[in-house]
Design a protein around this ligand. Structure first.
Ligand SMILES: *[C@@H]1O[C@H](CO)[C@@H](O)[C@H](O)[C@H]1NC(C)=O
Length: 265
């Protein structure tokens, strides 16, 4: 009796796990770095009637993301100016969702649907689930003393850049989008340029969004300036040039001289 009970509980659990996990295995996982574009894959060819522009919807659990009916389109508030399923691609059965300037808040499960039928009796056919993960940027940079340190902000979501030197435990703000004159960096094309780097510029830089989340972390090391010793470099280059170029010439001359000697003998 007891054993039977536990066996049935076990079987039930097993069944729940199987049924519960099978739809999950159909979810496509995709990962994108914050501020960059993401493509959420989707194909609709099998359900497509030719010569008819498909009516496609993308949504998350909470939100409408995007909808296209021919030339007409709808973008959800959180996705304004950022979401698209290009019409030309859709005609070929590619219903992939293009998301620009991806945000951490875009993380989640997206579902695409094909809408069929006339307006009064419309039906939705589920196509694809895509799990989007948005991750931050991490990199290492090395700059020479006196050179320029260039930090990519990636996106207009960037609000602050904070810095911690190699020994320090505290962070200081080196750039603020609203900071104006106090800023140390110089903004150009969504890149922050710090000119004439010194040894004290070495350390950790974090680009933060307005929520205080790190969009990017860059570990910067500053190297001694290698003073080029011009004449030596030129000399060695010249020697290298001579070395490689003159070997066949030398051989030809030696052969020619040998030939002459033979001829004269
Ligand atoms: C749909 O278009 C996207 C972007 O061009 C591409 O990455 C993807 O491979 C296409 N999918 C198919 C099934 O062709």
């Amino acid at each position: 009796m007891d054993r039977q009970y536990w066996l049935s509980v076990y079987l039930l659990q097993w069944l729940v796990i199987c049924v519960g996990s099978s739809p999950l295995s159909l979810v496509i996982h995709t990962s994108s770095k914050v501020g960059l574009p993401a493509v959420l894959p989707c194909t609709v060819t099998s359900q497509l009637e030719r010569a008819q522009t498909p009516h496609i919807q993308w949504q998350t659990v909470q939100d409408s993301v995007f909808e296209r009916m021919g030339e007409e389109l709808f973008q959800g508030d959180a996705y304004r100016e950022r979401a698209d399923v290009p019409e030309a691609m859709l005609l070929m059965g590619n219903c992939s969702l293009f998301l620009q300037d991806v945000r951490f808040s875009d993380t989640g499960i997206y579902e695409s649907y094909l809408v069929v039928g006339e307006s009064s009796i419309q039906n939705r056919i589920f196509i694809q689930s895509v799990q989007l993960t948005v991750v931050d940027h991490k990199s290492i940079k090395s700059v020479e003393v006196g050179g320029d340190l260039i930090l990519d902000l990636y996106t207009h979501q960037a609000q602050l850049v904070i810095f911690q030197d190699r020994n320090g435990t505290s962070w200081t703000v080196v750039w603020d989008r609203d900071g104006g004159k106090n800023n140390m960096g110089h903004l150009h094309n969504n890149r922050l340029i710090f000119r004439s780097v010194t040894a004290r510029s070495a350390g950790m830089y974090k680009v933060m969004d307005s929520q205080g989340l790190a969009l990017s972390t860059v570990k910067v090391s500053v190297t001694e300036r290698v003073i080029p010793r011009e004449p030596l470099v030129l000399e060695s280059k010249a020697a290298l040039g001579k070395g490689t170029m003159s070997i066949p010439f030398q051989k030809i001359i030696i052969l020619f001289v040998a030939f002459l000697v033979l001829l004269l003998n």
